[in-house]
Design a protein around this ligand. Structure first.
Ligand SMILES: Nc1nc2c(c(=O)[nH]1)N[C@H]1C(S)=C(S)[C@@H](COP(=O)(O)O)O[C@H]1N2
Ligand SMILES: [Mo]
Length: 304
């Protein structure tokens, strides 16, 4: 409760403790937190960075105060505020230019509407590893925009000049370096993948299988998922299962299929509430970000 957050770029800028923030409002959001490098392992260019396939994501319930309530209590956003900029509370190593190491990210002001300053994760205080005591949650935005142990929230006329914002996490053409003219990794888009059966589960017996996985829309709800058992030549509608926890959460899906002996390429393809369909191919970029390709996420299983 004693952790302090400095709020800048509002009419009455000041520092608030988590205890004070707890008196200003309480909301809960279930959302997919996904690293922008999730799916990087499928890039043939083998970009540097962790070779994630699908493991750098989770669907998490966060609770805290809506940012808009905090802003309201401090008189509103000051004139000229176009971005919401969060700064991580890491102790910076001495002797380095702070801009080169600080975790500070800017998102468009519009992201404030659904953003939370959260102190609870899945009903418990957020552990340090996931950003406690206080984390900025920007639903629909990739992992890096969700600032852990946030120490400052500022409404700024420009994007942060921290390296992680200006040059890191940019969609750079293959072979080039990141720079501020390129798009930053921000909103997620519609994506799904299969969690079972997987080749590493070992041999699958011929007959009935439940092909299941997860699907999410990013900024919009997921409307449906199709599954293919022939590498994308034909598709069947899967069934969404489990509770609907809102548009920022993922849904589980299942398709019951009868697989004969042989090798099968299983793929899933999600559609969001605006009718946008998960694409077949990835968007090539230097760092292996934002891979939503259904073909890359297809799995090959052998049925005995
Ligand atoms: N302060 C701070 N916030 C941060 C980071 C960080 O290094 N420092 N890493 C970001 C990145 S790249 C990701 S993918 C997520 C990971 O969140 P998790 O550890 O809760 O899974 O946190 C984001 N927020
Ligand atoms: Mo990340």
């Amino acid at each position: 409760d004693a952790w302090q957050l400095q709020v800048e770029g509002v009419r009455q800028p000041r520092s608030l403790s988590v205890r004070e923030l707890k008196s200003l409002g309480l909301e809960t959001v279930a959302m997919v937190l996904q690293c922008s490098g999730n799916g990087r392992a499928f890039f043939p260019s083998k970009p540097s960075g962790t070779a994630w396939t699908v493991g750098a994501a989770g669907c998490v319930v966060w609770s805290g105060v809506p940012v808009r309530e905090v802003v309201k209590a401090l008189g509103g956003v000051a004139d000229g505020g176009l971005y919401m900029t969060g700064t991580g509370g890491e102790v910076l190593p001495a002797g380095l230019d702070p801009k080169s190491v600080i975790v500070e990210r800017s998102v468009p002001l519009s992201a404030m509407e659904d953003a939370l300053l959260a102190w609870e994760m899945n009903g418990e205080p957020i552990p340090l590893a996931h950003g406690g005591p206080l984390r900025l949650i920007v639903p629909g935005y990739t992992g890096v925009n969700n600032i852990k142990y946030i120490k400052q929230l500022a409404f700024t006329p420009r994007e942060s000049e921290a390296h992680i914002m200006s040059h890191g996490y940019r969609i750079s053409p293959p072979g080039s370096k990141g720079d501020p003219s390129q798009p930053s990794v921000q909103e997620m888009s519609v994506k799904s993948w299969i969690n079972s059966p997987l080749p590493e589960d070992g041999g699958q017996a011929a007959g009935l299988v439940q092909i299941h996985g997860v699907a999410f829309g990013g900024m919009d709800a997921v409307k449906g998922v199709e599954v293919s058992t022939d590498g994308g030549k034909s598709w069947q509608a899967a069934r969404l299962v489990g509770p609907d926890l809102g548009k920022y959460a993922w849904r589980q899906f299942v398709l019951q299929a009868r697989l004969p002996k042989g090798t099968h390429v299983l793929a899933s393809r999600a559609t969001d509430a605006r009718g946008r369909v998960q694409p077949e191919t990835r968007g090539e970029n230097q760092s292996g970000y934002n891979n939503t390709s259904w073909a890359d996420h297809a799995v090959t299983v052998t049925v005995a």
